[in-house]
Design a protein around this ligand. Structure first.
Ligand SMILES: [Zn+2]
Length: 144
């Protein structure tokens, strides 16, 4: 087997009842978030009740995939052997266009170019056959 020669995987999400739909959509390169049918608020991360009104009447909605960097950190040291070949990488809080904030990575750019307030758009990292991680990349706007 060649698996011993592959770099170790980073820790991966373990989908469960409240998150399975989210990870299934991500695997299909769709970015969905929960919206409360009772109060109309969006929330992230996925959970069994609304974080605004505690209703369990939640629905999944396709999100715009747009957001902006709220805060970020450039990581130069791998926190786990699975990140050893990924440094430096950007860990960020992104404010989604729908409102909630999401912890994610900013990818497909030089980490030194990331700025607070920067417009970003979702992209998908197929880490394994089962797990795809929604991440964000700069949403470059065309000049002229
Ligand atoms: Zn609610």
């Amino acid at each position: 087997m060649t698996s011993s020669t592959l770099p170790p995987l980073p820790p991966l999400p373990r989908p469960y009842q409240d998150t399975a739909a989210y990870w299934e959509a991500a695997r299909e390169h769709r970015f969905i978030i929960q919206k409360c049918n009772n109060c109309g608020e969006y929330q992230f991360y996925p959970r069994g009740v609304c974080s605004h009104c505690l209703s369990s009447d939640l629905a999944w909605q396709d999100a715009s995939g747009r957001g902006e960097v709220y805060s970020f950190s450039i990581n130069y040291r791998a926190p786990h052997p699975g990140f050893a070949d990924k440094t430096p990488f950007v860990l960020a809080l992104v404010t989604l266009a729908e409102g909630p904030r999401m912890m994610t990575n900013i990818v497909d750019c030089d980490p030194d170019t990331v700025q607070i307030g920067m417009a970003v758009t979702v992209t998908f990292d197929d880490v394994t056959e089962e797990i795809t991680l929604p991440k964000f990349r700069p949403a470059y706007t065309k000049v002229r």
